[in-house]
Design a protein around this ligand. Sequence first.
Ligand code: ADP
Ligand code: MG
Length: 695
Amino acid sequence: MSNVTELFSSMVFDDTTMEALLPKQTYKALQKTIKNGEKLDANVATVVANAMKDWAISKGATHFTHWFQPMTGVTAEKHDSFIQPKDGGKIIMEFSGKELMQGEPDASSFPSGGIRATFEARGYTAWDATSYAFVKEGVLYIPTVFCSYGGEALDQKTALLRSMEAISKQAVRILKLFGNEDVKQVKTTVGPEQEYFLVDKAEYDKRKDLIYTGRTLFGCRAPKGQELDDHYFGAIKPRVQAYMKDLNDELWKLGILAKTEHNEVAPAQHELAPVFSTTNIASDHNQLTMELMQKVAKKHGMVCLLHEKPFAGVNGSGKHNNWSISTDTGVNLLDPGETPYENAQFLLFLAAVIKAVDEYQDLIRISVASAGNDHRLGANEAPPAIVSMFLGSDLQAVVDAIMTDTPYAKGDKETIKLGVNTIPRLPKDTTDRNRTSPFAFTGNKFELRSLGSSDSISCCNTVLNTAVAEILDGFATELEAAADFEDALHTLVQKTLVEHKRIIFNGDGYDESWVKEAEARGLSNYKTTPDALAHLLDEKNVELFKKHNVYSDRELEARHEVKLENYAKIIHIEVLTMLDMANKDILPAMSKFSAELADAAAKKTAAGTSAKYEKATIEDITAHLDAMFDAVKKLEADEVKGADITDVVALGDFCRDVIIPDMEEVRKHSDAMEMIADQKSWPYPSYGQMLFGVR
Ligand code: ADP
Ligand code: MG
């Protein structure tokens, strides 16, 4: 199929397909479930399931799966075939309403943070009808949530859906105050820009570190990196172009709005951005995008690296999470409107986001924390670990004028009064100049840049939605009680901006002076995952999630445990990989290399010629070889110590304080040897070969 419009969504049981294939009454009933979250009647489910099955079979499906997102951050699936035995040795293809609505995967090995142990070993999946079913590789996929027997979330999606409900409820209250009676529901929208690296499969296969950990644990810098900026937005190589075309086709079939693609800052780094969609759908689509990026790359003899920092010393990969709030009547609430009243509404939502980010800056930092992302945040690239906001000079001028009750422009006599004056038009393209800000206003949305490239987008959006819901709740309560709405509105926005202006920073987020200034402003700076996670269970955070029914105490505790466990497990695998590479490959290779040099030096000396290079290099290699051996022994010993630590918090701290510095020491000596060793003697492809290997 070459026609993109025909290809697009061809494998999705989407609205058009439903309308065409379902009886009218069934379609209407299902729409109510999708739009208003009404419970689906069992009889309706049977009809839907049957139509879905026939459609799926026509697309080549033989199996179905409930597709879910456990706390591991990736997706899970278990395939069941449609076949049912029939008398006479034949089969029929069946799919019941019950099978559509609920599943019971024996998924007891997924991390539950202790939730399941006290209830039942099994988790249940339930259809998320707001996200369309689709067919991929002969399987009908049904997007679901994954819960325990007691209804507690065991996945990432349940909380995301709950947070969307929370923000909707509070935003609708606010909109009523502005006379928007027709709005029944508000949804957050997300467009995640996905960064990734492509390396040649043959080179990848020679690197145990990439295979086991997704990043290079060793590797000295290549003669050329990203300093010339010649890769960024540069011409895309034919092989990569062919890959992107194939990837687009696969994504389009699944109804994923893959839109822009370009080369990124680092050599071999690229980006793909979709058109934004409702948050839970964006989350499903991003998971599929990551999966297909990897699958399609293999077909092209390449490997797609989604790790946040595959190569030291060159740019890492993130996922820019563009986030906004939209009404069911199609209004983007973060778009400054045309009239004074719309402006006032926009400024109120803006003030809510500012306050939410300030009060819950710790949660935002926590929501993007992972072992991989620790290499990015605060490492003098990407956004810093300090959460701050950037408004852009135009919006900043408006905010300043409101805060200080001064006229916006020099010639103006009047100060800005919300709901009476129109704020000046904010040109979209001039606002997004600050690429160092973790959370930047970009004209009609905010862009959270701290998220790691391999992470699910669920967690950070759950936090954003819930934090903003909480602030809107407070605003609504205050404004609903006000005698004079416009006065109260003006006072509220002004007060909020003044009280939370510390979170706004328009300067260079990479600059060392910002760290000091942020500290003076009282902003938090959690450099590592254990530092950040230490605050997840702070009382204010527990209360926030509980109040808005997003996470119960136990669900939040479970997440704390799973996240820390995950951090320690990742580092554990890295350590074992590093030791394997050091002991089996690097140390023996360098021992051999120095022995060869010694032979050469002896021969030369015997012949009466100088052996300056050989002797000096032997000295250098030997010094690093011995130091690396000592560092390996220390890492081995500390790894044994770590194995005895059972408390997840203590183990996380141990990884951060002892194991990671140990690993750095091992790497330092290895990289120094790689710099001077004979290329043929080095056991792995170099950074240069990997970063410039796809041609
Ligand atoms: P950039 O300069 O960061 O590349 P783009 O204009 O290309 O910015 O947009 C980046 C992403 O923002 C795209 O995925 C786009 O769909 C998304 N986006 C645009 N408007 C919204 C919105 N209202 N809500 C969420 N995401 C949006
Ligand atoms: Mg962007």
